[in-house]
Design a protein around this ligand. Structure first.
Ligand code: NI
Length: 190
């Protein structure tokens, strides 16, 4: 089932999401719905707060690099993280152009570490600790930010923030039409 995505300005995007335990009902169905929602919106990641659920679940689709054509194809390698936590940042800080399904039409270069060590649980509540890099690390950091009530524009310099402010206000007021299903705006929070 495709779930409506909430946009910038929705209060759930600003909450710290709660960890879940193995009693959480229908987790695998939720994960399946989140992937379906992500694919329908042409995204590469989705965090539960973006579908108005303040819990620590993220789905990630890492574009697969094709060595022969030297480019990224349509295929995505799927990852799910429950209660994820970045325990260490490694390597250099790098800029990469990010977008977000909750901030339609906004794309900005965001500075983040190129490698991180992340601790998370899978949907069977087995614990994993992994060092990840590349697109996987980039998307994971963006999605884990959502669980802390952060969006990528929070990480811009004051100048860039000022430059996207008008577009963020347009999203928050519901004036921006996305190509996918979004939840109508009721009340907005910065
Ligand atoms: Ni996002």
């Amino acid at each position: 089932m495709i779930l409506p995505i909430v946009g910038y300005g929705h209060p759930t995007l600003r909450k710290t999401a709660k960890p879940i335990d193995s009693d959480y009902p229908n987790l695998k169905q939720l994960v399946s719905d989140m992937f379906e929602t992500m694919y329908a919106a042409d995204g590469v990641g989705l965090a539960a707060p973006q579908v108005d659920l303040s819990i620590q679940v993220v789905v990630i689709g890492v574009p697969v690099y094709d060595e022969q054509s030297k480019s990224y194809g349509d295929e995505l390698e799927e990852h799910v993280m429950v209660n994820p936590e970045i325990i260490e940042s490694k390597g250099q800080m790098r800029y990469y152009n990010e977008g977000c399904l909750s901030l339609p039409g906004i794309h900005e270069d965001v500075l983040r570490p190129e490698r991180v060590v992340v601790r998370y649980f899978d949907t069977d509540f087995n614990e994993h600790v992994e060092e990840i890099d590349g697109m996987y690390a980039r998307i994971a950091q963006h999605e884990i930010d959502h669980l802390q009530g952060k969006v990528f524009t929070d990480r811009l310099t004051p100048l860039r923030k000022a430059m996207v402010k008008r577009r963020l206000t347009e999203v928050a007021s519901g004036r921006v039409q996305a190509a996918y299903k979004m939840q109508p705006v009721k009340k907005t929070v910065k």
